[in-house]
Design a protein around this ligand. Structure first.
Ligand code: ZN
Length: 149
């Protein structure tokens, strides 16, 4: 393992142990559930959307280290962003975990720690679960998001 991969892994383990924005959100006006049946990951995301801005976001749930760290970093990243910015980040993140981001996530801040996921196809669903669920919550679909790709 290279130093960089070790650094990325330690960030993921840190967010798994001490997830940011974990808990229930009082006054949420958007929410969605997400499940990744392949791994048994479950995430519930609650948002407070003010006009066009995601002013607050929290999550609960359980799952593997990758899914939990991804929810922690996703919530930290999209807080304060507009819907359009969050949607653009979702596209970038999805490309990153599939190994299709032209810049390899270089300008994606801490999200870059998930770049190694592309080498483990079964983990892509774990990493993208929180993002699919965010998208469902923004659309306010009262359905359960299931990661299928
Ligand atoms: Zn998982």
């Amino acid at each position: 393992m290279t130093d960089l991969q070790e650094l990325y892994q330690s960030v993921i383990l840190d967010h798994n142990r001490k997830p940011r924005n974990f808990g229930e959100l009082a006054g949420a006006n958007h929410s969605a559930d997400g499940k990744n049946p392949l791994c048994g990951d479950h995430v519930h995301i609650e948002l407070h959307v003010d006009g066009d801005v995601i002013s607050e976001v929290k999550f609960t749930g359980h799952g593997c280290a990758i899914s939990k760290a991804s929810a922690s970093l996703m919530t930290s990243t999209v807080k304060g962003k507009t819907r359009a910015e969050a949607e653009a980040l979702f596209q970038r993140f999805h490309a990153l975990v599939l190994g299709q981001d032209p810049q390899g996530g270089a300008d994606l801040g801490q999200l870059v720690v998930f770049s190694g996921v592309s080498r483990f196809p079964v983990r892509v669903k774990c990493a993208s679960l929180a993002w699919h669920t965010l998208k469902a919550a923004l659309a306010d679909e009262r359905v359960t998001a299931v990661t299928t790709e």
